[in-house]
Write a protein that binds this ligand. Structure first.
Ligand SMILES: [Zn+2]
Length: 66
């Protein structure tokens, strides 16, 4: 007999280096053909201003609630 293993929640990486398990609750954008997720709307806004710089880590993601 086999036991059903608990199904782990899929994890989605954010553009800022974090992880999400419920990406539909977070803003996202397309970058080079892939969907990327952001921890806050402020992060998304910074990304949209300069996607390449953001994705290469040249721009730090903003503090939430700033
Ligand atoms: Zn962020």
């Amino acid at each position: 007999m086999t036991e059903a293993a608990a199904t782990p929640l899929p994890e989605y990486k954010t553009a800022c280096g974090g992880k999400l398990t419920a990406p539909t609750n977070y803003p996202s954008a397309m970058y080079r053909g892939e969907r990327v997720y952001f921890c806050t709307r402020a992060c998304l806004r910074v990304f949209e201003q300069d996607p390449d710089l953001f994705m290469t880590g040249e721009i730090e993601h903003p503090e939430d609630g700033g």
